[in-house]
Design a protein around this ligand. Structure first.
Ligand code: SF4
Ligand code: URA
Length: 255
């Protein structure tokens, strides 16, 4: 080491020791770095913040778990009678973004998880294109049990139908509770059913998609259902346009 470098380090060390002395430090050999009062108060605040977030997430997870138990034994509407599994919802209890679909289909009824069939795989791709994952958003449906054309046959494929207005009204209580626990900043309704179920709107999905609405004080944007994109891929560009708006909103708070 050159002599000049040596003196430079010595000078910096001296200055920082003086700084510690200014802060009231007398025993530098005892972890001086964490005893700087400013650093100490920053560390304390960070620890408090982490503790508050962790407690909040733990409470929300527990509240969701208890609500899921209620849903699993629910028979409040006729859909409860023939379901194989109720489909509560998956994802983070601490997210800003919640997707709401129409209702479980064959695959979801068999596995008890939302959006895992073909349409679901497309939704997963959309979420990932937004730089997110199924685990960092929340995914649910407006009804938790499989609406079937022939309710006596849950083993039949292509036996799905949209939920009725009455089924959505009865089941909506559970979605309201999920929203209350998760408190997302924005809801994306996928397709006409969940949009109508939450907004009671008169417009068609092609008219209302991309518009910023509100449900129970939470921002809501309707877009096409991924099943519609499978039938008509030319609609994909509109959904991507809507998702870009959502991403911008989540980054800037402005929409
Ligand atoms: Fe209950 Fe909803 Fe299932 Fe109807 S669809 S039985 S209200 S959980
Ligand atoms: N379609 C939906 O609306 N929800 C699902 O969970 C699966 C397919």
């Amino acid at each position: 080491m050159k002599q000049s470098e040596y003196f430079k380090i010595l000078k910096l060390t001296k200055r920082s020791l003086e700084e510690y002395k200014n802060w009231g430090e007398t025993e530098i050999y005892k972890a001086p770095i964490t005893r700087n009062p400013i650093e100490k108060s920053i560390l304390k605040k960070e620890r408090q913040k982490t503790f508050t977030t962790t407690t909040k997430v733990m409470n929300s997870n527990e509240e969701l778990r208890q609500l899921e138990e209620q849903v699993n034994s629910c028979q409040k509407c006729p859909l409860g009678k023939n379901r194989l599994n109720a489909v509560f919802g998956v994802g983070s209890s601490n997210t800003d973004l919640m997707f709401v679909g129409e209702g479980p289909g064959y695959d979801e009824d068999h596995k008890g998880e939302p959006f895992i069939g073909r349409a679901g795989q497309l939704l997963t791709k959309i979420i990932e294109a937004m730089g997110k994952t199924r685990e960092t958003v929340y995914i649910a449906n407006i009804v938790k049990c499989h609406p079937m054309i022939d309710p006596s046959n849950p083993e039949k494929r292509a036996n799905d139908r949209p939920p009725t207005q009455e089924e959505m009204e009865v089941c909506r209580h559970y979605l309201d509770m999920q929203l209350d626990i998760i408190k997302p900043k924005i809801i994306v309704t996928l397709g006409a059913s969940s949009t109508k179920g939450l907004l009671n709107n008169g417009e068609s999905i092609s008219e209302i998609r991309g518009a910023v609405k509100e449900y129970n004080g939470i921002k809501l944007m309707p877009t096409y259902h991924p099943a519609a994109l499978l039938r008509n891929p030319s609609l994909k560009k509109f959904v991507w346009e809507d998702m870009k708006k959502i991403m911008r909103f989540l980054e800037t708070g402005k929409i």
